[in-house]
Ligand binder design. Structure first.
Ligand code: IMP
Length: 197
């Protein structure tokens, strides 16, 4: 059955803006958790899929409407995949400027053997009856030696340079970033699925 309205279980303004833009062509209205004053769901899982499902299934059950959630993060090779599922909490007081300084310092302490990193994203779509679907995306790249801020972006964007580019995610427009990003790729899979309904 076609979905016309979907809850997005996130309070992250950057993600909400990206997802709204991506679902616009499908005429699907995106309502964020913040707009309907839903609580933040605690991310107690140890994988992106687990955390994503925790959020979408909890909210779909409360509201009685299909709900999407994403869990994403930055995995750095030199830090054995950290901060990974802990990407949001890794930044002191969720201050990503400080989080990026911490990341650069930990990479330097590790000897900077590799600058390779990737962003991962798992989007889940949960229905009120309990069933769900997962859509995964990943983008590989490297951590810049220093922040490369731009007009756009959020989180660790100023530090991440995708493979094949010399600019950071923060130096790209939302459209340019979404075409290659972890969330954009997972969203393309979600869009293909939603279009088939
Ligand atoms: P969560 O998925 O809400 O748990 O948050 C994951 C964290 O990973 C975010 O708060 C950001 O710090 C980081 N992150 C996820 N996706 C991106 C992105 O596209 N750019 C920059 N940082 C991101």
């Amino acid at each position: 059955m076609k979905i016309n309205e979907i809850i997005f279980a996130s309070h992250n303004a950057g993600k909400i803006a990206e997802i709204r833009q991506l679902l616009q062509p499908l005429n699907i209205k995106v309502i964020s958790a913040a707009e309907i004053e839903l609580p933040d769901v605690e991310e107690t899982g140890t994988t992106f899929a687990e955390n994503s499902l925790l959020k979408s299934q909890t909210i779909a059950k409360i509201i009685g409407k299909p709900c999407i959630a994403d869990d994403s993060g930055l995995c750095v090779d030199a830090l054995n995949g950290a901060p990974g599922v802990y990407s949001a909490r890794y930044a002191p007081n969720r201050d990503f400027d400080k989080g990026m300084d911490k990341l650069l310092a930990e990479m330097a302490a590790s000897g900077n053997a590799s600058r390779k990193a990737h962003f991962s994203c798992v989007i889940s779509l949960a229905y009120p009856d309990g069933h769900s679907q997962l859509f995964e995306g990943r983008v590989d790249g490297k951590i810049a030696p220093q922040k490369m801020p731009g007009a756009d972006g959020f989180g660790y964007d100023p530090l991440f340079v995708p493979d094949g580019y010399e600019r950071s995610f923060a130096q790209m427009s939302k459209t340019e970033k979404s075409a290659i990003s972890h969330r954009g790729r997972a969203m393309q899979k979600l869009i293909t699925y939603l279009s088939s309904l």
